[in-house]
Design a binder for this molecule. Structure first.
Ligand code: ATP
Ligand code: MG
Length: 627
């Protein structure tokens, strides 16, 4: 069966379809019901089935592929590479689980993991899964206050951290942030398990509270910890959204649905068979990292490359070098990551032998056409945009080279994946939009397996935030979309990113894309500013590529001309600012609302996920200087 038939079956006969997919994983007790929708907007998949993520990701492969590499942890920061087979992974995870049990962690307890993108983070996550503890991974390098907020939300029994991370050769101590966060937290955990990498010799140790992982590991090596069989709908982990639109939401994931959805995605979407290699450049702190640095590849019996370092260090060829070295078949990155490389010489794309590489997937933000063309042209590879959310846990819109590859339409992530019945509707009337008309993207319940089950300890916020926007019970994260006559969906940004010029609604993305076609422009963000006459006008903020020598004022005028040329006089920017950096979330998403607030002197809302405060300072100065 091709895409169309398979997808149709997945939404028309969900129980039959997902009942078959359930066989992709091991169950201790098979599910009693495939789907329970008795309490909408909640839904439960594979009810009564008991399973375990660690068993399916590790133990299940021992017989057939014990000696195959499971994880290759590469750090260009510390200059180390660790090649870990499935057997070694099993060994490490058992030891880690035994350490956690000795520290009082049991089933249902929360464990906050605050580690860099290193092998121990994978061990810790899988060890939690093994004993039924609920992990909450906090992106390493989030400030103490963010960490404290997440500790307060999860109320963990244990916190696992490193002495330090590294970025661009600079040591970034983590432990002082942990100490500060635990002072601020209302109910700090009794123990902190420290993975001491020897990066920060000045690290302070709190006697009685801090425990050294290396010592504990030594004491528990060789231990066998039985897996805890969990009912399919019990929580596996908590993970926060990026906070682009406001206060991050604590997404809660289940066990069985997540495992089945990821296993299915590995072969059909990512076109990976057991034994094949994936390089996912995300970080374990993000949803993509959870699903495709760790759980997906391991559930699929693949080899996952875990990368700690910058895309440009030691040089901008590092990702391609890893592709050559390990025979990577599928690569997964983000438009933001590729735009960093795009500032550099294109020759890096051709330096290594990429003959094993088939697909480059990009997710997380709209993939602009210039970036798409630069990457696909430079590598000669198929670049696949895919759309998802922390909430969905796996791609919701994508092309599926593992099932039947359809032609790429640049700018579109393609078609709904299994179980996603999507519509594009009018935000006011709730009526379906015709092809070519813009509207809000919604998902008809039930959400497929793999998606969030609720917001941690806040069912009401789950119902309100995702299902409370329309008369009908429809899920939406308020992204703005249009579907073309061939059924391809294009994401136009978020509904609050729409600019209303004299009654015409322009997506920020359209304007950004037209600005980005100028060769001098590296990155661009567009927001709306209030205008007495027209309601709103677009304001453009852009950074220039390295080595551009044109006068910023000339480039600004060229941007203005380009927008008018491509979109018409209606879209003419009210002001253009050339800045040194744009404000982004920690996960690399443009924080447009902070730009808008600076321009208009309004409240920017929750800025706790802002990556680099100095970028806002630069914008402030640029605004003060005037466009
Ligand atoms: P918050 O929900 O806290 O405001 P966030 O929505 O940025 O933050 P994530 O879950 O990290 O948190 O991001 C999901 C969002 O990212 C999507 O709703 C969409 O707006 C955007 N996105 C992801 N992939 C794509 C894509 N391929 N094309 C366009 N937009 C995308
Ligand atoms: Mg969101």
């Amino acid at each position: 069966m091709g895409y169309e038939d398979t997808w149709r079956r997945s939404v028309d006969e969900p129980e039959a379809f997902w009942g078959e997919q359930a066989k992709l994983i091991d169950w201790q007790v098979p599910p009693r019901h495939i789907l329970d929708q008795s309490n909408p907007p909640f839904r439960r998949w594979f009810v009564g089935g008991t399973t375990n993520l660690c068993h399916n990701a590790v133990d299940r492969h021992l017989e057939a592929r014990g000696d195959q590499l499971a994880i290759v942890a590469v750090s260009t920061e510390t200059g180390t590479t660790r090649e870990i087979s499935y057997r070694e992974l099993h060994h490490e995870v058992n030891a880690f689980a035994a350490v956690m049990q000795a520290l009082g962690v049991g089933k249902g307890d929360r464990v906050v993991i605050y580690l860099p993108n290193i092998a121990e983070a994978v061990f810790a996550m899988l060890a939690c899964a093994r004993i039924g503890a609920i992990h909450s991974v906090v992106f390493g390098g989030f400030a103490a206050h963010n960490l404290a907020l997440r500790i307060d939300d999860a109320e963990p029994t244990l916190l696992i951290c490193a002495d330090a991370g590294m970025r661009g050769g600079k040591v970034i101590p983590y432990k002082p942030l942990v100490d500060a966060a635990l002072k601020e937290a209302k109910a700090p955990p009794p123990h902190v398990l420290v993975v001491n990498r020897g990066l920060d010799p000045t690290m302070a140790v709190v006697e009685g509270r801090d425990v050294d992982y290396a010592v504990q590991r030594e004491a528990h090596l060789g231990a066998t910890v039985p897996v805890a069989w969990l009912e399919s709908n019990e929580p596996s982990y908590l993970l926060y959204t990026s906070g682009t639109t406001g206060k991050p939401k604590g997404v809660q994931r289940d066990v069985g649905g997540y495992a089945v959805a990821l296993a299915l995605s590995m072969t059909t979407i990512f076109d990976l068979q057991p034994g094949q290699v994936i390089l996912c450049t995300s970080d374990v702190g993000w949803a993509v990292g959870h699903s495709y640095n760790v759980y997906g590849p391991l559930l699929g019996g693949c080899t996952a490359i875990l990368y700690e370092g910058m895309p440009t260090n030691p040089d901008p060829g590092i990702w391609w070098k890893l592709c050559e070295q390990y025979g990577v078949r599928t690569m997964f990155s983000s438009p933001t990551g590729i735009r960093i490389l795009k500032k550099q010489d294109e020759a890096w794309l051709k330096k290594y032998d990429l003959s094993a590489l088939r697909w480059i997937f990009l997710a997380g933000e709209p993939l602009d056409q210039p970036t798409y063309e630069w990457l696909s042209g430079g590598t000669g590879k198929t670049v696949i945009d895919n759309y998802w959310q922390t909430e969905t846990g796996w791609p919701a819109l994508s092309l599926m080279p593992g099932l039947d590859m359809r032609p790429v339409k640049p700018g579109s992530p393609g078609f709904p994946t299994f179980g996603y019945r999507m519509r594009v509707i009018d935000d006011a009337t709730g009526e379906d939009k015709a092809p070519g008309e813009k509207g809000v993207l919604v998902i008809e319940p039930p959400l497929p397996p793999g998606c969030l089950t609720t917001i941690w300890r806040d069912d009401a916020r789950y119902a309100r935030s995702y299902f409370g926007h329309f008369k009908e019970l429809l899920y939406s994260s308020l992204d703005w979309a249009v579907r073309d006559a061939d059924g391809y969906t294009f994401i136009l940004g978020r509904t609050d990113d729409v600019i209303n010029v004299a009654g015409h609604r322009l997506g920020t993305r359209e304007i950004e894309e037209s600005v980005a076609t100028l060769g001098a422009v590296a990155e661009v963000a567009v927001v709306g500013i209030a205008d007495e006459l027209k309601g709103q006008l677009p304001a453009v903020f852009a950074t220039l590529k390295q080595g551009v020598t044109d006068h910023p004022a000339d480039v600004a005028r060229a941007m203005e001309r380009r927008v008018v040329e491509l979109l018409g006089a209606l879209a003419r920017p009210g002001c253009v600012f050339v800045v040194g950096a744009l404000p982004k979330t920690r996960s690399g998403k443009l924080l447009r609302r902070s730009l808008q607030a600076l321009l208009q002197g309004t409240d920017p809302g929750d800025l706790s996920t802002l990556d680099d405060p100095s970028s806002l300072e630069e914008v402030r100065k640029a605004i003060a200087r005037g466009p």
